[in-house]
Design a protein around this ligand. Structure first.
Ligand code: FES
Length: 97
């Protein structure tokens, strides 16, 4: 009986953590040529929302909306004239914060 109980506890110890839901990891692409200055703002937003483990900033080449700087791409959508407030709303909405 002790052996069965031991195996049960061992099973719970190893399998329950693997069943936990992992938060999504996403990339926020920022246009390097025209929107590089938006990087520190985006970093602030990500930090204030405590999403450092979930959202990673990546500078990329032209996103095709050059007249709408700052330009970012998130989840396949291009967003122009990005502001700190808009990014807050976007990330809050996506991560349901
Ligand atoms: S150079 Fe930034 S979107 Fe084209």
């Amino acid at each position: 009986m002790k052996k069965i109980l031991f195996l049960f506890v061992l099973g719970v110890f190893f399998f329950v953590p693997s069943l936990s839901v992992q938060a999504a990891e996403e990339f926020l692409y920022i246009c390097g040529p025209c929107s590089r200055n938006f990087v520190p703002i985006a970093e602030d937003v990500i930090q204030e929302l405590a999403l450092e483990d979930n959202v990673h900033i990546k500078l990329v080449s032209c996103l095709g909306a050059c007249t709408a700087s700052p330009v970012v791409e998130f989840k396949g959508e291009i967003y122009g004239h990005m502001t700190k407030e808009k990014l807050f709303a976007l990330l809050r909405s996506y991560f349901t914060l």
